[in-house]
Design a protein around this ligand. Sequence first.
Ligand SMILES: NC(=O)c1ccc[n+]([C@@H]2O[C@H](COP(=O)([O-])OP(=O)(O)OC[C@H]3O[C@@H](n4cnc5c(N)ncnc54)[C@H](O)[C@@H]3O)[C@@H](O)[C@H]2O)c1
Ligand SMILES: [Fe+2]
Length: 401
Amino acid sequence: MRETWTFHTAGELLFGRRASRQLGEVLRRIGCKRALLVTDAVLEKAGLVEHVSAPVREGGIDIHVFSEGEPEPSFRAAEACLSKARQAEPDAVIGLGGGSNMDLAKITATVLTHGGMARDYVGEDRVPGPILPLVCLPTTAGTGSEVSAAAVLTDSDNQVKVGVLSNYLRPRVAIVDPLLTVSCPRKITADSGIDALTHAIEAYTAVDNEQFPLSPDERSTYQGRHPLADCLAEKAISLIGTHLVRAVHQPDDLAAREGMALGATLAGMAFSNVGVAVVHALEYPVGGATHCSHGAGNGLLLPFVMRFNLPARRQEFSRIARLLGEEVAGLDEQSAAERAITAVEKLRSAIGIPQRLRDLGVKESQLSSLAEKAFAIKRILRVNPRPVTVNDLEGILRAAF
Ligand SMILES: NC(=O)c1ccc[n+]([C@@H]2O[C@H](COP(=O)([O-])OP(=O)(O)OC[C@H]3O[C@@H](n4cnc5c(N)ncnc54)[C@H](O)[C@@H]3O)[C@@H](O)[C@H]2O)c1
Ligand SMILES: [Fe+2]
């Protein structure tokens, strides 16, 4: 039971076309003389690394680049980044990329500050204090990692994704420049866009803050639904509903890119305080086993989890239907709520997200062990509006198979 709620986000948010030009000024303001920029080879090839770092160097700030980031980064990638960071001895870390590179930047700044290894920080609240200043520039729209308290890594040995969760991981500054997302290929735009929608929907339909199951004296970054996050999630759902299909099919449509960039960041602000729930809990083992992208896994699972949650959240679902542009006037509450699921299914098909777990290569014989792995992720399952058993999780996976 909670009696109060809180709201945390990045220390500062700069939003808008060409906002990334202000990186040098931002670094100077936080007293940075030598930065480590964490990114990957794709973004280097696309010219984004040069675009962002050249003006900063001209301004006299030293930038060391780690460009071996990878999608859904492993502990091995974290070790490689860390060893580069130890050589560079930066006084700030910059994450440039999708959630993968931003999360790598977060874990690197954490281990650089507090020592040990990335694995030591997996779980909730295991980071003992502030970390080196982080500046994050998302190039997808997106995970919301630029404002969130999470870093997600792939535990390849156990075929599951694991999270480090701490408010100390929130970036000092988030620079959201929609122009950085224009080079995203269709699949990346689609996958990362439906991840953002999943964040907004899971936050908007989460367990209420007053009912959030916490033991006495326990503090949690995730704290259930509250009114400020509701505002953010509603706006995010409507922005994503308006702009996602256009951003996928007309990649140069800057208004669509801008709408998605804002929607994804607002969704990040919402979920990173409220929590994500069963969709994410199921995606962690599904993604670990199939190597599908986080967004594709979430997008596939989202309508099936919505169907499970509908009885607990009819009113919110009918509101989601309206926010996604469905006509619900004159419908009873159940039918209106179901329209939210139809809307998500339509969106999912329009942007080419896989529809069935078997399309990702999942075998029927794996379903029960996937459900068991998801059932172990209690910190996010307790955010769900309906309590879930391991059988419920297996049932959802069977429906999605
Ligand atoms: N920290 C959080 O709060 C949080 C939240 C949700 C998801 N995640 C994690 O984030 C990761 C997924 O991040 P993502 O969906 O942003 O994708 P990503 O970072 O994995 O990137 C996918 C691919 O797209 C490429 N790419 C990114 N931006 C591009 C651009 N502008 N132009 C061309 N190519 C580009 C990357 O180089 C990469 O190859 C997963 O590991 C997921 O678990 C983290
Ligand atoms: Fe996500």
